[in-house]
Write a protein that binds this ligand. Structure first.
Ligand code: GLC
Length: 420
């Protein structure tokens, strides 16, 4: 970190992290998301690390208190009841040590653990030693239960963290949400329904939760019976990157990393099964039907973050960046399914930008990386620490005072982090 004087936005971002801190864990934003979310928390730790290393490690430690005996780390930990959220712990009936959901989320934790460790190796050594076996077990759970031809799959749209992305449209259409019953959504009382998933989506989200619960979240049974199984670039690229970072941490603390190195080769081959030649992009694959989603999403561009360069992706990236002022949109603005304000069907998300930007930079696309960082800085500085943004106008959308937007500001987008 360099020592450029802190901007007022740095101060605001720190205040958001502190304000969303519930003691050992951070909520994504109060009201809309009142619990600990898996990948949000890892981003929060990265943000905390810019001013409080101890607090950064405790965020990670709390996340792993929810780890299941099969290695899975849930996407939500319900530490304290909150009636403002649906579906809560009673609907999920997770089987771990802390009340939780029954699915996971993109495993960015190892990668942020590495970054936090690199910021202060001495202060981080004990934390890394304690976390290493837990991260290893979590990654193993993906490798054991969630691979299709080496690509990582999701079993619920929420698992990729891109809830209503067009990537899942065909798999969602294969579900008939019969018997889902009545339920009351809470999200649309916090945020404009036009910025949230539709009822069509929600019926299927809940139907899938009910299926998992009925099967007691048994992965073998879900593998057989769940109609929703999609091999996805979010999970595949992020897991691949996480394995590389876990191997790095393992070497730093003197662990044998042979098995992780083997898993990296499996995932590298798996990532190539997500290459859709007909759209010249990484894409999602419906494992049940074999169909391509046909989607150039912001997750498609996580290839660089996973250490994979490909000239066609740079062309796609330039095309998409040229048609919106604030890239990277979660879905191709040239597509007729694009919706500038609806969650993962168009808006720009700062956290995905941060991952894409890190990858571009590491793969030598320095100009693209710098431009993306500047555009994201401008977006947040002008429109605030929103959950997501309209990629054309920059309008703030979804929840406000958002933890992960504040975190990526501090750790990546802020001018304090160096000149871009
Ligand atoms: C939404 C997002 C997901 C995130 C969660 C909490 O469900 O799609 O990625 O983890 O909110 O912010």
């Amino acid at each position: 970190m360099n020592t450029l004087s802190a901007t007022p936005h740095d101060e605001q971002a720190r205040a958001i992290l502190r304000g969303n801190d519930r003691g050992g864990y951070t909520v994504p934003t109060s009201g809309l998301y009142p619990y600990q979310w898996n990948w949000d928390s890892a981003f929060a730790a990265w943000g905390f690390a810019t001013f409080d290393t101890r607090r950064a490690w405790s965020e990670m430690e709390t996340l792993f208190t929810g780890q299941w005996s099969n290695g899975m780390v849930p996407h939500i930990l319900f530490h304290k009841p909150d009636p403002g959220y649906f579906p809560g712990p009673d609907v999920w009936a997770g089987t771990g040590p802390v009340h939780s959901s029954g699915i996971s989320q993109p495993p960015v934790a190892a990668s942020f653990a590495r970054r936090i460790y690199d910021m202060d190796p001495e202060a981080g050594r004990a934390a890394v030693k304690a976390l290493f076996p837990k991260l290893f077990a979590w990654h193993k759970w993906f490798m054991t239960w969630r691979l299709d031809q080496g690509a990582a799959c999701i079993t619920h749209p929420w698992e990729a963290g891109r809830d209503n992305a067009p990537d899942w449209d065909s798999a969602m259409a294969s579900i008939d949400p019969v018997g889902v019953g009545d339920y009351k959504r809470r999200d649309t009382s916090h945020v404009d329904p036009a910025m949230r998933p539709t009822k069509y989506d929600y019926d299927r989200y809940i139907w899938l939760v009910q299926l998992g619960r009925r099967l007691k979240w048994d992965e073998a049974a879900l593998l057989e019976q769940n109609p929703f199984r999609v091999a996805d670039p979010t999970m595949t690229f992020i897991l691949l990157r996480a394995q590389r970072d876990l191997a790095y941490l393992g070497r730093a603390i003197g662990e044998d990393t042979g098995e992780i190195e083997k898993d990296i080769l499996v995932l590298e081959a798996g990532a190539e099964t997500l290459w859709n030649p007909s759209i010249k992009s990484y894409d999602s694959r419906n494992v049940r039907s074999g169909e391509w989603a046909g989607c150039v999403s912001n997750a498609s561009f996580l290839n660089w973050y996973a250490g994979i360069d490909r000239p066609e992706m740079a062309e796609q990236y330039d095309r998409i960046s040229s048609i919106c002022r604030y890239p990277v949109p979660s879905y191709d603005p040239a597509s007729d399914r694009f919706d500038a304000k609806r969650y993962w069907r168009g808006p720009t998300w700062g956290i995905v930008n941060a991952l894409i930007g890190l990858g571009l930079d590491e793969c030598g696309h320095k100009d693209r990386a710098a431009a993306l960082r500047l555009a994201t800085r401008d977006l947040i500085a002008k429109h605030g620490f929103a959950e997501y943004f309209d990629p054309h106008t920059g309008d703030a959308a979804g929840g406000g005072s958002f933890t992960w937007t504040a975190a990526i500001w501090l750790a990546w987008a802020s001018p304090t982090m160096g000149t871009a």
